[in-house]
Design a protein around this ligand. Structure first.
Ligand code: PLP
Length: 478
C-alpha cells in the first residue's frame, strides 16, 4: 500500500519505478555510441528546465522518472561514452551500478563493525586484494573514500600527524609540477602555507627528478626547515608519467620522510604485469592513493587509500565520543570511522567487490591492458599524419599531441590547437580537451574505456585532421 506520509510507494509502484530505472539504464548503454559524448547546457536553459517552487504534492513516480530521463540525463556529458577521451573518463559498469542501488536500498552504514559486520569485512578483503596487488606488507590497510582527492587528503593528514604532530610551522613537502591539484588543495585544507609545498620542475619525461629533490631537501635542512613528506605520481594526469618510486623511496628513507604515492590515475594498472614493473618500489611507500572510479571501472564515487602501517590512520583519526562507546567492539572488529574523516559512510566496497566477483580480476586486467594499447594505437595513427606531432608518447593510456600546420609560430600553434578543441566540442563526435605542457597547448587522449573500439579512435583522429585542415584553410582565407 502506498503511504505518502511514510514516504512509501505501493509494491506495484516500486516495481514499476525500479524496472523503469533498469530499462532506462539498459537503453542508455545500448544507445550510447550513437549519441554525442559532448552534451553541454547553458545556465539559462537549465534554469528554465528546473527552477520551480518546492513541490508540495505528490506526483506519479513514472512521470518524474521520464523528466529525469529527458531533462536531467539529456543534459550531461557522457563520461562513460566510448569516445569520451577528455580528462579521465569514467567507463563504469552495470554490475557496480546495481551494487550502488543495493547499498543505498539497504542504506548500509559502513562506519562501524557493529552496524555493518559483513560490509566491513568485504571492505577489508577488497582493500587487501589491492594491497597485495602492490605487494605492500600485511601491516598495510586503509579505506575506501569518495575519490582520489579525498584519498590524498586523508593520506597527507596522516603524514602530518605522524611526522609533525602539531608542529607545522617549519614543515615542507615536495612534489613535481605534474602533481594533481588535489595535493596542493590538501595542503591548503590542512593549514599549510603555499610555499610549504615545494613544487619541483619535472624532468624531460615529466617525472620528479630525484637529483633536484635531494638538492632541495638539503637546502631546506640547511635553512632550518623540516622536510617531512614527498608526493610521487604513479601516472600523472597530464601524460601518464610514473615517478621513479624506488629511488624516491630510498631518498625518503635516508631523510626519514613520508612517501605518498598518488596512483589515482595510473595505480590500477598494477593489475597488468607489464605496468607493474613501472611501479617498482611502490611496495615500500608509506601511503598510496587509488581511484577505482577511474581505471577500475567503478561508478562515482569510490577512491581508495592504503597506508603501510594502518595503525597510523587510527592514530590520525580515532576519536571515541560517549555516544559511540558501545560500538568500540573487539580489537579485531574494524570500525572504518576510526580510519578516516567520515563517521557515516556508504557501502562503497560493495560495487568493487561485486564487479570483481561477477567479471573476475582477469577481465579487469584485460580491460586495463586494452586501454593502454588503445593509446599506443592512437599514437601510431597520429604519427602517420604529416601535419601533426606527438608531444608525449603513449603511456598508461594517455597520449598528448598537437596539430602542426606548416609555417605556424609557437603562438599560432597554441591558438590553432585551442581552436581545435572548440571545433571538436562543436562537432560533438568525440570529447577531447587540451592541456599545457611546458606552456604549450596540446591535445590529450585518455583511452581507458574498454568499450572504445579502434574504429572509434580512427574516426576521431580523422575528424581532428579534417577540422585542423578547415581551421588552417579559414586562417589562410582571412
Ligand atoms: C593523479 C590524480 N590524482 C588525484 C585525482 C583526484 O581524484 P578525484 O577526482 O577522484 O578526486 C585525479 C583525478 O583525475 C588524478 O588524476
Amino acid at each position: 500500500m502506498e503511504n505518502k506520509s511514510m514516504l512509501q510507494l505501493s509494491n506495484e509502484q516500486m516495481r514499476n519505478l525500479g524496472y523503469g530505472v533498469v530499462d532506462l539504464l539498459i537503453e542508455h548503454l545500448n544507445t550510447l555510441p550513437e549519441k554525442s559524448p559532448c552534451q553541454q547546457g547553458e545556465r539559462a536553459s537549465m534554469e528554465q528546465l528546473f527552477r520551480e517552487e518546492l513541490p508540495k504534492h505528490s506526483q506519479d513516480p513514472m512521470q518524474v522518472l521520464k523528466r529525469v530521463e529527458k531533462d536531467v540525463m539529456g543534459n550531461i556529458m557522457h563520461l562513460d561514452h566510448p569516445r569520451f577521451f577528455a580528462f579521465v573518463p569514467g567507463p563504469g559498469n552495470f554490475v557496480s551500478a546495481m551494487a550502488d542501488a543495493l547499498a543505498s536500498g539497504f542504506n548500509v552504514f559502513s562506519g562501524t563493525w557493529m552496524e555493518a559486520a559483513a560490509p566491513s569485512q568485504i571492505e577489508l578483503v577488497t582493500l587487501d586484494w589491492l594491497r597485495s596487488a602492490f605487494d605492500m606488507p600485511k601491516t598495510a590497510g586503509g579505506l575506501f573514500t569518495s575519490g582520489g582527492s579525498a584519498a590524498n587528503l586523508t593520506a597527507l593528514a596522516t603524514a602530518r600527524h605522524v611526522k609533525l604532530g602539531h608542529e607545522m610551522e617549519r614543515a615542507v613537502a615536495y612534489c613535481s609540477d605534474q602533481t594533481h591539484s588535489s595535493v596542493a588543495r590538501a595542503f591548503r585544507i590542512l593549514g599549510f602555507r603555499p610555499e610549504q609545498l615545494r613544487t619541483l620542475a619535472s624532468d624531460a619525461d615529466f617525472k620528479l627528478d630525484p637529483q633536484s629533490l635531494r638538492q632541495m631537501i638539503e637546502a631546506d635542512l640547511n635553512a632550518g626547515l623540516q622536510p617531512f613528506c614527498v608526493i610521487a605520481n604513479l601516472g600523472t594526469t597530464n601524460t601518464g608519467a610514473v615517478d621513479p618510486i624506488e629511488t624516491l623511496a630510498s631518498i625518503c628513507q635516508e631523510f626519514q620522510l613520508w612517501l605518498h604515492a598518488d596512483g589515482a590515475y595510473g595505480g590500477a594498472t598494477v593489475l597488468s604485469p607489464e605496468t607493474k614493473e613501472l611501479f617498482k618500489g611502490a611496495d615500500s611507500v608509506d601511503s598510496l592513493s587509488l581511484d577505482p572510479h577511474k581505471w577500475l571501472f567503478q561508478p562515482y564515487e569510490i577512491g581508495c587509500l592504503l597506508v603501510k602501517d594502518q595503525s597510523h590512520l587510527k592514530q590520525a583519526f580515532h576519536i571515541l565520543p560517549e555516544y559511540l562507546e558501545d560500538t568500540a567492539g573487539k580489537d579485531e572488529e574494524i570500525n572504518f570511522c576510526d580510519y578516516g574523516p567520515q563517521l557515516t559512510r556508504g557501502f562503497r566496497a560493495l560495487k568493487l567487490w561485486m564487479s570483481l566477483q561477477v567479471f573476475g580480476a582477469d577481465a579487469f586486467k584485460e580491460a586495463i591492458e586494452r586501454g593502454i594499447k588503445l593509446a599506443e594505437s592512437a599514437e601510431i595513427m597520429i604519427r602517420d599524419l604529416p601535419q601533426w606531432e606527438i608531444t608525449t608518447d603513449a603511456q598508461l593510456g594517455v597520449v598528448t599531441f598537437r596539430a602542426r600546420p606548416e609555417g605556424y609560430s609557437e603562438k599560432e600553434l597554441d591558438a590553432h590547437n585551442q581552436a581545435l578543441v572548440e571545433a571538436i566540442l562543436e562537432d560533438g563526435y568525440a570529447m577531447i580537451v587540451s592541456t599545457k605542457l611546458r606552456g604549450k597547448t596540446v591535445l590529450r587522449l585518455c583511452t581507458i574505456n574498454p568499450r572504445t573500439s579502434v574504429d572509434d579512435l580512427l574516426q576521431t583522429i580523422e575528424r581532428l585532421e579534417q577540422l585542423s585542415q578547415q581551421l588552417a584553410h579559414k586562417k589562410l582565407m582571412a
